[in-house]
Design a protein around this ligand. Structure first.
Ligand SMILES: *Cc1c(COP(=O)(O)O)cnc(C)c1O
Length: 391
């Protein structure tokens, strides 16, 4: 199995069939497990084998298939699934940090990730935020007290690409762990582990489900980390993934590669179609040669990803008129869905950021984030071009 291509692993990896030999993964919608004898129960509580379960907060057979499949794709020894992407981010950090530790993070983070860092500060963890693109700033911020570095490999919504290998070299030289939130790269375009990430986190709510049906998250890493501090933290604090949601995510994963490739091809076509449009001030897409980290994006992901952000010259009024004129694209705040989704970050996902921080991160009133779905490329591009005529 280890030499199968990711696309094959996405369909088959980790599967475990019951005595019935069911084709589709079974949903083990059970909280607990029964033992053949008191001695068997005692033995399992002393040390449970890899496919022996005690309680669904600790692990569940359907959830385990999901964990084994994503670990096989990501190239890590193990993975632990969580109730949401934020539960995964929180656990990945909190499981290994204590008062007096230091974390260096990129400043262009999802709002909830910034909130998790604020919680850590309340408990005595020092946090330094840096411009993720500035390697000198990382080098200056990382010290021997640094326990972990944390960043989104591609930032939301301005799609800056952080150099995983370069940051990992600096972190490892100081003995720090590298934790990467890899949502925008997707498991299809991820080389994070090969480039030096120790721990890779996904919100499975995005591309892995791909249907906007459920929340989920996962932390991928070494067996020592996953079955050591991470499992201990999660099994006692309770952010377990529901077996039903694991099953939804498993079915999503079977088409992940096909969807992401189609979405990526459409994203490039859209970016090329709008780049020179007179109403568009900037087109942000790592797959375009004009993107400041284009070469890095190609080396690191082999593709530009499934999201394109555009900045409209005429500001928020134009952005709203554009969103309201779209016919296929839905106005929402998810991404990675099979349906194309348009978002106005400044008034929704990033509304609560102070104005100076929005300005610093390039989240301007005219910025629109476009998450490509799997609809026909020509239809999606035509819808955007037509909506641009109303502003
Ligand atoms: C959505 C998202 C999260 C949070 O995931 P949830 O499943 O919504 O909890 C974290 N990081 C990034 C980059 C995301 O896009």
């Amino acid at each position: 199995m280890s030499d199968w291509k990711p696309r094959t692993k996405m369909v088959h990896a980790g599967v475990k069939r019951s005595q019935w030999g069911e084709m589709a993964e079974a949903i083990h919608l059970t909280q607990g497990f029964v033992y053949e004898s008191a001695e068997a129960a005692e033995a399992r509580f002393i040390e449970a084998g890899r496919d022996e379960f005690i309680y669904a907060r600790y692990g569940n057979p359907t959830v385990r298939i999901f964990e084994d499949r994503i670990a096989a794709i990501e190239g890590t020894e193990d993975a632990f699934a969580t109730a949401s992407g934020m539960a995964a981010v929180n656990a990945a950090l909190t499981a290994i940090l204590k008062a007096g530790d230091h974390v260096v993070a990129a400043r262009a983070l999802f709002g909830s990730c910034l909130y998790v860092l604020d919680i850590l500060k309340r408990f005595g963890v020092a946090v330094t935020l840096v411009d993720g693109l500035d390697l000198a700033a990382w080098a200056k911020a990382i010290t021997p007290a640094t326990r972990a570095v944390f960043f989104e490999s591609v930032s939301n919504p301005t799609l800056e690409v952080i150099d995983i290998a370069a940051v990992a070299r600096l972190a490892h030289a100081a003995g720090a762990l590298v934790i990467v939130d890899n949502v925008f790269a997707t498991p299809v375009n991820s080389r994070a582990v090969e480039l030096g990430a120790d721990i890779v986190v996904y919100s499975a709510t995005k591309h892995i489900d791909g249907g906007g049906r459920c929340l989920g998250g996962v932390v991928c890493g070494s067996r020592d980390y996953i079955r050591g501090p991470l499992e201990t933290y999660l099994k006692h604090t309770g952010a377990a993934l529901s077996p039903f949601n694991a099953w939804v995510l498993l079915s999503g994963m079977q088409t992940l590669d096909l969807r992401v490739r189609a979405q990526t091809a459409s994203a490039l076509a859209l970016a090329e179609a709008v780049e020179a449009h007179p109403a568009v001030a900037r087109t942000l897409y790592p797959g375009l040669p004009s993107h400041p980290q284009h070469a890095l994006a190609m080396a690191q992901m082999g593709a530009g990803g499934t999201v394109v952000s555009i900045e409209l010259k005429a500001g928020q009024k134009a952005a709203f008129a554009f969103l309201n004129a779209l016919k296929i694209w839905l106005i929402s705040n998810n991404l990675g869905d099979a349906r194309s989704i348009a978002t106005h970050p400044a008034t929704t996902t990033h509304q609560r950021l102070p104005a100076e921080q929005k300005a610093l991160l390039g989240i301007t009133p005219g910025l629109v984030r476009l998450s490509l779905g799997i609809e026909d490329t020509g239809d999606l591009v035509a819808d955007v071009l037509e909506a641009l005529t109303v502003i």
